[in-house]
Design a binder for this molecule. Structure first.
Ligand code: ADP
Ligand code: 5GP
Length: 211
């Protein structure tokens, strides 16, 4: 059976471990292309322009929107975040599985544009552990942590829109589970309509010849 790339959306509350999981997933398996988003938020210590994000000014981001250079974008905790169109289209055309690590408003826009996209939601083992991870990361001040926790409460109402939830308890186990879900998702009938149609036509021809 042919392997056509699928679009994979990974969402989850801030601090759940999405970034850490995606880094490991692309290190351990070579069929994934991880999209790099554009954002207006300031880089964190250790983040590099063009590696974690393309860091843009508000004006440059709005220019990208005007040029239709983003396949989706959203506002999250006072900043813009968006997915550059070129990379995603090129990688999908090359047959690769493309991962978008984006929040829920963007995820729902992707589902509308790409009905066969796979939507995964990363959960923490419990809420206390989420807060521990978010504060332990040490990248946001108290006010920003509170904003992100409040946003998590809102995001929790949208989890039913996703295809699968994945609990990030043990990192290695979770990476393996994500990979297995993605492999299985390739084999759903609605992601294989061309292949199914081809077999149907072949069957009809063969069945006729063997009256
Ligand atoms: P997100 O991208 O979802 O905001 P991060 O990947 O930045 O989250 O992870 C938040 C913090 O939690 C980081 O300090 C990271 O090292 C830690 N972390 C991620 N996954 C796990 C895990 N499975 N167990 C313990 N700590 C984790
Ligand atoms: P952070 O500031 O922690 O890197 O990201 C904040 C939130 O923005 C996370 O939920 C992350 O998944 C989301 N995000 C990152 N890139 C994009 C994007 O391109 N589009 C959308 N809609 N959300 C994004």
């Amino acid at each position: 059976m042919r392997h056509k790339g699928i679009l994979i959306v990974v969402s989850g509350f801030s601090g759940a471990g999405k970034g850490t999981l995606m880094k490991k997933l692309v290190q351990e398996y070579d069929n994934y292309a991880l999209s790099i988003s554009a954002t207006t938020r300031a880089p964190r210590a250790g983040e590099e322009d063009g590696r974690e994000y393309f860091f843009l000014t508000k004006e440059a981001f709005e220019q990208k929107i005007a040029e239709d250079g983003l396949i989706e974008y959203a506002c999250y905790c006072d900043n813009y975040y968006g997915t550059p169109r070129d990379y995603v289209e090129k990688q999908l055309a090359a047959g690769r599985d493309v991962i978008l690590e984006i929040e829920i408003q963007g995820a729902l826009k992707i589902r509308k544009q790409f009905p066969t996209a796979l939507l995964l939601f990363v959960m923490p083992p419990d809420a206390e552990e989420l807060k521990r991870r978010l504060t332990g990361r040490g990248t946001e001040n108290e006010e920003a942590v509170a904003k992100r926790m409040a946003r998590a409460v809102e995001e929790a109402d949208g989890i039913e829109e996703y295809d699968y939830i994945v609990v990030n308890d043990d990192l290695e186990r979770c990476v393996k589970e994500l990979h297995e879900i993605i492999l299985a998702a390739h084999n759903t009938p609605f992601r294989n309509e061309e292949f199914i149609e081809k077999i149907r036509e072949e069957l009809k021809v063969l069945a006729k010849g063997e009256k």
